[in-house]
Design a protein around this ligand. Sequence first.
Ligand SMILES: [Cu+2]
Length: 143
Amino acid sequence: MRRPPLVACAVLIGLTFIVAALVSRKADATSTTSVVRVTERDFHIGVVHGRIRAGTVIFRVTNRGPVEHEFIVIRADHGLPMPPDGITLDEDALEKSIVDAVEPAPAGETNVLRLSLKRGRYEVVCNMFGHYMGGMHARLVVQ
Ligand SMILES: [Cu+2]
């Protein structure tokens, strides 16, 4: 049996590396998807994964009640400013930092919010009257 020429072997190995590199680059280019489970209750927001990878982030927000709660994702690299009235965040002032939100949902409901998040620090809050100051905020780091 003839041995395959050395050049053919080298080309084959080279091609393997190129294909592997292309596949891994494609994997990087298609953004990752993270699912973040969030539980809201009076007056707390529980985030299962506080650190996630940049890309598509699917929040599954469940309100355990007993009252309605909303869910707002805010870019907050330097934290959030104190509420001007000491109780509620000024959403108009934060407009540029607010990524998206789930409207107030009744107890027992689960809402899904699909976002594309860049690296950075975020706060997820419920800003219904008194809820933010009551403790409804949690940090989320996107890396
Ligand atoms: Cu709330």
